[in-house]
Design a protein around this ligand. Sequence first.
Ligand code: SF4
Ligand code: SF4
Length: 216
Amino acid sequence: MFKTLCQPDGIKGCSVCCGLFNLRDISKKNLESFLSGDSSIDALNDVRDITSHICIHQSFISKNRPGCTLHPQIQGTDHRNSSLYGAKICEEYLCPAHSILNAEQKQLLVSSVTDWYLYSIAILDPEGFICIIDIIISLHLLTTSHNAASLISEALSFHANALSQSATCYFYYSQAEYNQHKVEFSLRYNFKEKSLLRKHLMNILDKGVLHRHHFA
Ligand code: SF4
Ligand code: SF4
């Protein structure tokens, strides 16, 4: 079975733990090229952490939906044992986002973000996603509104741009490792980025593209 955060619906999916964001160039354009089978992208050498595997079996399993091409729901039978990790690990693994985000935050993420790349940024940095929710709440926006969904995507895009400026490693398999390294990249611990993001979102509101609502 597909797991909720991994393949939450038919319009987006995640392959972050398959090593996607271990590529050195994590721009959406480059990752989409990789997922589309661009063989000029070197998944062995052009990487962030040489000890982390980038699985060649991840791809777009449908339009704008990264996933596993060896999965039984794609192949009919399970072919994941031909990968480095094997079917058991691929099936049972849950990334830190599963335990860091509560049910409400997961629901908000799945219902607000339609773009696979921005969705992956939230999975990669779950505390950063919680921080984005906190900022939007502090701007007195209804978290269920269309405006809030647009602002969440805008904020994730802003964070993605900040992440792409650094060569550090981003994905950590365990929550303990994530906790150890999160101050190096998580939006939640980067006060300058948080302040710039807040100003950026307020500029968008002030331009009247989106409207501010107050909690009832
Ligand atoms: S990174 Fe997390 S949400 Fe994404 S596919 Fe892996 S376990 Fe699922
Ligand atoms: S075989 Fe495992 S690591 Fe490779 S794409 Fe599939 S789920 Fe990801």
